[in-house]
Design a protein around this ligand. Structure first.
Ligand code: ZN
Ligand code: ZN
Length: 422
């Protein structure tokens, strides 16, 4: 960086930790995903005293990009996203407690630090023979339990095998393997593209072959949600909004091949893979049957409306939480047996959840309103990626979809859809 280079094309790697002094211009290709990243990247320029810098953001065909183009004030005045962790995640906490018990005996009173699930966790660990109750508290029977805690994955990892070289090249989290390593997927590992030629669930292996194919792949996911526990809920009119624990069943039903250089190829390859089930947290909207009748009486497609609303809500969620749309999944159905009527579910795509949907629950009306505004302001006729009604990973090929119905449903949730109602 002595002045010889005219510019650098970089990934987010240049965002943190690298201090390049005297840059004049920063071009952001697409919204970086959070205000934090935007400020961080923009902050690479304009550091010379008395000299201004220029920052250009090229908005892409994505809901958040388009929202900020139409509402630029929010990019500059909004607060940065809150980061969060869920220290009581049911998969992580037992491992944490076990590690602690190998350092000092853990007593039931320590729930001040570990939360009120501690007594159950200690009992569970004792049943599995991992801790022993003593006069001082529970102590670990496992030596060096921290060596067994994986910091990059929550499920048992799968091994990545390069079949041509006949060697293992890395691991992938079992919670992500079906979404990223289905047969036919293009998988990026250490700067190289591989074609997944096999997925062996029994031996937890992903078989890979180096490739120079000129497309990438996007998984298509279909999911189902069962409510296991309601944690919080409230009503507005005849709509109930709830936050709770759910059991999610996800199935990758196929994938789409997308040319790296852009363009129209939309080839879809169907797959039949085993389902992946996990416990997580969700926020859901229980909608009244009257709403269905109202929307349909106006000649709109109710199912297309809740389906589009689900996609758009997921696309706008990173506005409120430090997350990516891939951290969330959704289900919308005109009839959910546990609700006895229509519902829209947005769930966290990782076992146990980390607190994203709880944050969304707390900001629910602002979230719904911004989603509505983005759809209303979008010039498209029947839904597109810019308003978020179209989802790139929809397992139902974005069918059905009805933009007017989605607007009507979101407005109704906001309590503003009135004319002609009932
Ligand atoms: Zn649109
Ligand atoms: Zn969908």
């Amino acid at each position: 960086f002595s002045g010889e280079l005219r510019g650098v094309v970089a990934t987010s790697a240049l965002e943190l930790g690298i201090d390049v002094g005297e840059l004049d211009c920063c071009i952001l290709v697409g919204y970086p995903g959070s205000r934090i990243s935007t400020l961080q990247r923009a902050g690479r320029v304009g550091r010379r005293v008395g000299k201004a810098g220029i920052i250009i953001m090229v908005a892409l065909e994505d809901a958040l990009d388009q929202y900020f183009v139409k509402n630029p004030g929010e990019l500059f005045s909004g607060e940065v996203e809150k980061a969060f962790v869920n220290p009581e995640n049911e998969r992580l906490l037992p491992m944490h407690v076990l590690c602690a018990s190998s350092e000092l005996p853990v007593r039931e009173e320590d729930s001040t630090y570990f939360g009120n699930k501690l007594p159950n966790i200690l009992e569970g660990l004792e049943r599995k023979g991992k801790v022993r109750r003593t006069a001082f508290g529970y102590v670990s029977l496992v030596s060096r339990p921290h060596a067994e805690v994986r910091i990059r994955s929550i499920e048992d990892p799968f091994t990545l095998v390069n079949v041509d070289a006949g060697k293992e090249i890395g691991h992938v989290d079992g919670a992500r393997v079906f979404r990223e390593c289905y047969p036919g997927a293009i998988y990026l590992h250490m700067d190289r593209a591989y074609l997944v030629v096999g997925l062996d669930v029994g031996s937890k292996k992903v078989l890979l072959r180096k490739t120079s194919l000129k497309y990438y792949t996007q998984e298509l996911v279909s999911s189902d949600v069962r409510i296991t526990k309601v944690l919080k809920d409230f009503s507005r009119g005849d709509i109930r909004i709830k936050h709770g624990e759910v059991r999610v069943t996800e199935r990758v039903v196929g994938f789409r091949k997308k040319p790296i250089k852009g363009g129209a190829s939309r080839e879809i390859v169907p797959l039949s893979l085993p389902p992946y089930e996990f416990e997580s947290e969700a926020i859901w909207f229980e909608l009244p049957m009257e709403m269905l009748r109202y929307v349909e009486s106006k000649g709109m497609d109710f199912h297309g409306g809740i389906h589009g609303s689900e996609h758009a809500l997921i696309a706008m969620a990173p506005l409120f939480t430090l997350s990516d749309r891939a951290d969330l999944g959704g289900v919308s159905t005109p009839y959910h047996s546990q609700l006895g009527g229509p519902g829209i579910f947005i769930y966290e795509a990782y076992p146990g959840g980390v607190g994203i949907v709880e944050k969304l629950y707390n900001d629910v009306f602002s979230w719904v309103e911004k989603t509505y505004i983005n759809i209303k302001e979008c010039a498209c006729e029947s839904g597109c990626l810019s308003c978020g009604l179209l989802s790139p990973k929809c397992g139902n090929e974005n069918q059905p979809l009805d933009k007017e119905a989605a607007k009507s449903i979101l407005l109704y949730i906001l309590g503003k859809e009135g004319e002609g109602w009932k």
